[in-house]
Design a protein around this ligand. Structure first.
Ligand SMILES: Nc1nc2c(ncn2[C@@H]2O[C@H](COP(=O)(O)OP(=O)(O)O)[C@@H](O)[C@H]2O)c(=O)[nH]1
Ligand SMILES: [Mg+2]
Length: 205
């Protein structure tokens, strides 16, 4: 798949404010600061389309992006959307904020019929986090397809990547879901993610 064009469309909190489109949609979920916005920018090959922040937990909105794609070999083109979900698990937010986050995400998953899959980001340097496990269980119980992108692989030696992936795979209790190491900084592993996205978007179109 080739990304031809992309644009930020809008931010929302409530379903009434979601981007009103029927395009297939892929959401990005994970803890604050794990690299969601950066990965979206990298996949779309745009520098600042999704806001990258050094202050974890700042984005509390659901951000929608519209993307025009082409698959030259199959003479196929069309649109889909990306959704940058608010990050979870930042220690400094209050319980009220955490609860409102949870409600926002759950409401999104329950109401977004065109959601075809979720890219769950975890930091390759960290061991499986209960909050990530909770997110994964939520997706599994709702039958939403997802994959794991283990981000910031440039921060560990290449020789340690495989072991880290296996550890995460076990720790996160993954079933047949895929997990890939990736680095937005070094543009590594991005193809694997885009291929997975392509499968989700095209399969059911
Ligand atoms: N070294 C490295 N840093 C990254 C990578 N991806 C993101 N970051 C940095 O991690 C921080 C948080 O990124 P951001 O995309 O805002 O995370 P988000 O809160 O999940 O959206 C920023 O300072 C990014 O520059 C990566 O692949 N490698
Ligand atoms: Mg972000």
């Amino acid at each position: 798949m080739r990304i031809v064009e992309s644009k930020f469309v809008k931010s929302a909190v409530k379903p009434i404010d979601y981007y009103p489109t029927a395009f297939a949609e892929i959401a990005f979920a994970g803890k604050s600061n794990v690299g969601k916005s950066t990965l979206i920018n990298t996949i779309l090959n745009r520098k600042g389309i999704a806001k990258v922040s050094n202050k974890p937990g700042k984005t509390r909105l659901i951000n929608f992006f519209e993307i025009r794609f082409k698959i030259d070999k199959e003479e196929l083109d069309g649109f889909f959307s990306f959704v940058d979900l608010p990050g979870y698990g930042y220690a400094k937010v209050s319980k009220t904020q955490r609860d409102s986050w949870k409600k926002m995400i759950l409401t999104f998953f329950e109401n977004r019929q065109q959601l075809r899959g979720v890219v769950c980001l975890v930091d390759i340097r960290h061991k499986a986090d209960p909050k990530d496990i909770l997110m994964i269980e939520m997706l599994q119980s709702m039958n939403i397809p997802f994959m794991i992108a283990a981000t910031k692989s440039d921060k560990i030696p290449k020789s340690k990547a495989n072991a880290a992936i296996i550890k995460l795979k076990n720790g996160l209790n993954l079933g047949d879901q895929q997990i890939f190491a990736c680095s937005s900084l070094k543009k590594r592993g991005i193809d694997n993610i885009l291929n997975w996205i392509t499968d989700q978007v095209i399969d059911l179109n």
